[in-house]
Design a protein around this ligand. Structure first.
Ligand SMILES: NC(=O)c1ccc[n+]([C@@H]2O[C@H](COP(=O)([O-])OP(=O)(O)OC[C@H]3O[C@@H](n4cnc5c(N)ncnc54)[C@H](OP(=O)(O)O)[C@@H]3O)[C@@H](O)[C@H]2O)c1
Length: 293
């Protein structure tokens, strides 16, 4: 029994994971490009996450590129049997660190192969297709062709489960006509609540919602109300932001990112932070009160 178990579990494509997980993107270098400033520190963060009971890690081979997956393999392989590694495909990094769509059949086959090789796996637990019609947020456009390709990889046994990222409700409906969708990974946090209705409809359908930027992303959330609630509860603002997501809906799985063991410990401790009703009411007001994050 680990303290993070207090946040409970959710079953994603037949794999039950703890609702408190870890996102590995911050382990690559600045701008998610190149090697980390401190390689040993990156290994230490991953090992500390596993030691604390984390069984759900989010990654991609386009973090670095290749860097994050290689560090995960070095730190954790042979992997614990209960660890679910979730990766994503659909983008390629340019030499200038740019993020570019990579949706052709060849691009997707290369991405599956790269993820398998760099993680040292024979099959990928969950693969999210990351829509790239707009890099900044969900935008309409058909995902049928790349999803059919991903479903083929699933039939070949290279991919166990399929998810979608940076998508609209229309694209999720389109995707569910092609393959079973076990999770959706979109931007969502205390201040960015565009997906409120989607979170609830996915919960009703038993699909995990995995918010990226749960702490606000590259510039973590800052708000006077958040700080006040944190002070009142003797917690940190980041812990309150995570606890708010946990109480928001039972299908929300957390993958906060950090490159530091101290921040990891702080974030994982949010699993046991219970927010009283008046704190939730105050926090619910943040999205309405602040400009779009
Ligand atoms: N599907 C997608 O398009 C997509 C996009 C972005 C991210 N993701 C995934 O989502 C995961 C989470 O997103 P994210 O890592 O970008 O953003 P995040 O979890 O919202 O926040 C990470 C940022 O917060 C800082 N931080 C973490 N814990 C902290 C703490 N306790 N106190 C103060 N600062 C703290 C980190 O810096 P330190 O390193 O200094 O702690 C980092 O700058 C990623 O790791 C990745 O796996 C997916």
């Amino acid at each position: 029994m680990h303290p993070i178990d207090q946040a409970g579990t959710f079953t994603m494509g037949g794999r039950t994971v703890k609702r408190m997980g870890y996102g590995a993107m911050q382990l690559a270098g600045p701008g998610v490009f190149g090697p980390p400033r401190d390689h040993d520190a990156a290994l230490a963060v991953l090992r500390a996450a596993i030691a604390a009971g984390v069984d759900h890690i989010d990654t991609s081979d386009f973090y670095g590129p290749h860097v994050t997956n290689r560090i995960i393999r070095e730190a954790l392989s042979p992997y614990p049997a209960d660890l679910v590694l979730v990766t994503k495909i659909g983008a390629r990094r340019g030499e200038d660190a740019s993020w570019n769509p990579a949706f052709s059949a060849d691009d997707l086959a290369r991405a599956i192969d790269d993820n398998l090789r760099h993680l040292g796996l024979e099959a990928l637990d969950v693969v999210n297709l990351r829509a790239m019609f707009s890099i900044h947020g969900p935008a309409e456009g058909s995902l049928t062709a790349p999803l059919k390709a991903l479903a083929d990889f699933q039939r070949q046994g290279l991919v166990r489960h399929i998810g979608l990222s940076n998508v609209t409700a229309t694209q999720i409906a389109e995707g569910r006509g092609i393959a079973e969708i076990v999770c959706v990974q979109n931007q969502y946090n205390l201040a960015q609540r565009d997906d409120d209705a989607l979170v609830d409809s996915l919960a009703a359908d038993g699909i995990a919602y995995v918010p990226f930027f749960p702490l606000g992303g590259f510039s973590p959330l800052q708000s006077a109300e958040l700080s006040a609630v944190a002070t009142q509860l003797d917690a940190t603002p980041m812990q309150v932001a995570l606890a708010w997501l946990l109480q928001r809906s039972p299908n929300i799985l957390l993958i906060p990112g950090t490159s530091s063991v101290a921040h990891l410990d702080e974030n994982l401790a949010a699993a046991s932070l219970v927010l009283p009703a008046d704190a939730v009411a105050t926090l619910n007001g943040i999205a309405g009160a602040s400009p779009a994050h």
